[in-house]
Design a protein around this ligand. Structure first.
Ligand SMILES: Nc1nc2c(ncn2[C@@H]2O[C@H](COP(=O)(O)OP(=O)(O)O[C@H]3O[C@H](CO)[C@@H](O)[C@H](O)[C@@H]3O)[C@@H](O)[C@H]2O)c(=O)[nH]1
Ligand SMILES: [Mg+2]
Length: 243
């Protein structure tokens, strides 16, 4: 990034939703700082009352990095991924927003690529994609791979949004664009990612892609259950009928 980072006067609010991520959050924060030298950013952790004490670790991180760099915006109980982003966004002071997972499946080493791509293209959204050359998935079993692929192929076939990875959530948004699109999203859970990007394309926003390799978490477990798959299918039908 070199010179580009020095000329970059943007501020990035990195929203990280957490539920039981005690073992991951400190390493994630360390890596974000490591990979974004000379970038103006804040990290907003939206924790849903994790029973594993994630918030205690975040408070320790605040004492190391400062409360102006790490904001803890907790909610009392697990209220879903989609609404966690909306909650984080309310507290974001940057003109750009990055959304990423806490479990290191979204590696911070890609963050400079998102920023560079946005600055080169002027895109409103830069979305990380696993489904182009240079991207991929590591560590998922066959069933999870098929679920992800199937969800994408189904949505591509029915909705034609022109984005290669609809269910991935590692993205950079112009904040005004996220605020605009999020207002029309109805999803509460994981299906939010797909609804968000489809609605953004319908509104004519300019979307660029960067390849990412998603590596399955080492610590903790996924919160994506069967009910999220049902919600995804319902969301797909809803978008088909309303967009
Ligand atoms: N605050 C909050 N955070 C949550 C909740 N549910 C999950 N999270 C957080 O959201 C992130 C993603 O959750 P995972 O449980 O790790 O998701 P995954 O199975 O790895 O799914 C990933 O891939 C999907 C696409 O294949 C994505 O749709 C999904 O967003 C995520 O990136 C993690 O940081 C997790 O702690 C919730 O209800 N509330
Ligand atoms: Mg995960």
């Amino acid at each position: 990034m070199g010179n580009e980072q020095k000329e970059n006067s943007n501020k990035y609010s990195i929203i990280i939703p957490t539920y039981n991520e005690r073992l991951n959050i400190a390493l994630l924060v360390y890596l974000i700082f490591k990979h974004l030298p000379n970038v103006n950013f804040e990290i907003i952790v939206v924790d849903d009352g994790s029973p594993d004490g994630t918030q205690d670790i975040v408070k320790q991180l605040q004492s190391v990095y400062g409360e102006d760099r790490i904001l803890l915006r907790a909610r009392p109980k697990k209220l879903g991924l989609g609404t966690a982003y909306i909650h984080g966004l309310k507290h974001a002071s940057g003109n750009f927003v990055v959304i990423m997972d806490a479990d290191l499946s979204h590696h911070p080493k890609y963050l400079p690529n998102f920023i560079k791509k946005q600055m080169e293209t002027g895109a409103d959204i830069v979305t990380g994609t696993r489904y182009v050359k240079g991207g991929g998935v590591h560590g998922w079993n066959l069933m999870r791979k098929l679920t992800s692929r199937g969800a994408n192929v189904l949505a591509q076939t029915l909705l034609w949004p022109g984005v290669s990875d609809l269910t991935g959530s590692f993205r950079l948004y112009r904040k005004s664009v996220l605020e605009d699109v999020i207002g029309s999203c109805v999803s509460k859970g994981y299906v939010f990612q797909m609804e968000m990007i489809v609605r953004a394309t319908r509104k004519g926003y300019n979307i660029a892609e960067v390849p990412i390799t998603f590596v399955d978490r080492v610590y903790g477990s996924s919160k994506l259950g069967g009910s999220e798959i049902v919600e995804y299918l319902k969301g797909l039908i809803y978008l088909l009928l309303t967009t």
